[in-house]
Design a protein around this ligand. Structure first.
Ligand code: AMP
Length: 242
């Protein structure tokens, strides 16, 4: 049996990151989040990732793909700050380099990619490889009002990477990490105006992917309005059955 390439689809705030984190711990395959990779590159490696899968991709590698520091600002940082998408060609190159690495050969979990039809077509070429990976595309489907709260309420510990939500999973004491007491950070692009822009980008560019994958035997919709533990159980069931 070929190793799995699990692709998590879903809007910003759908809980893809949380679910990918759980899957990576349970299945021992790397979590590849394109958003994390970009944030790490933009911060010059200072932002600590929650999953070791992101450390494997060094800032140096993203810089090589992007070109130089000015390009990194223009094509990546500025787009992210505005809640817009980074160019497809760049994203596909980053993913291509990342999945070539040794640790991804036994399977991986892709979170945040593909986000456009061009990126999905690129992945189809990857999956056309006979003896590489078996794709499993899982769409986490969440109602719009829940999405906004999930994204704007999200806070992250800069030390251990733990993720909280002020509405659904607040820390015990105000905006401080339960584990290490660090002051939690509110990601710049989790502020409400940017979240709205990200949701618009999702509706226009990423939502059509559901139609693109619908009907394929390895595509499944998962109810993302359920509690995180129930979603995790459903994802694990689908992965076991695949
Ligand atoms: P995320 O953490 O997945 O919500 O991504 C944060 C931001 O990174 C997005 O709003 C985009 O600006 C950028 N980004 C991440 N993944 C992609 C992708 N596959 N294509 C284009 N832009 C991306």
């Amino acid at each position: 049996m070929k190793p799995h390439a699990v692709v998590l689809l879903g809007a910003p705030g759908s809980g893809k990151g949380t679910q990918a984190h759980k899957l990576t711990q349970d299945w021992g395959i790397p979590h590849i989040s394109t958003g994390e990779i970009l944030r790490r590159a933009v911060s010059g490696g200072h932002e600590r990732p929650r999953d070791p899968g992101h450390q494997a991709l060094t800032v140096e590698m993203v810089n090589r793909v992007v070109g130089n520091r000015d390009q990194l600002y223009e094509l990546v940082a500025r787009k992210m700050q505005a809640g817009q998408l980074v160019p497809d060609e760049l994203m596909s190159k980053i993913v291509e380099e990342r999945i070539k690495r040794e640790d991804a050969q036994g399977g991986f979990i892709l979170d945040g990619f593909p986000r456009t039809l061009v990126q999905a077509e690129f992945l189809d070429e990857v999956f056309a490889c006979e003896d590489c990976w078996d794709p499993l595309v899982l769409n986490i489907d969440v109602d719009q009002d829940v999405l906004l709260k999930r994204a704007t309420g999200r806070r992250m510990c800069p030390v251990c990477g733990e993720i909280y939500n002020l509405y659904f999973r607040p820390p015990q004491s105000d905006e401080v990490c339960d584990r290490d007491g660090a002051k939690l950070v509110h990601r710049a692009d989790d502020h409400e105006d940017i979240v709205r822009a990200r949701l618009l980008a999702y509706d226009a560019q990423t939502h059509p992917l559901i139609e693109y994958y619908a009907g394929r035997p390895y595509f499944h919709n998962v109810d993302g309005n359920l509690p995180a533990e129930a979603i995790a159980r459903e994802l694990a069931r689908l992965l076991k059955a695949a």
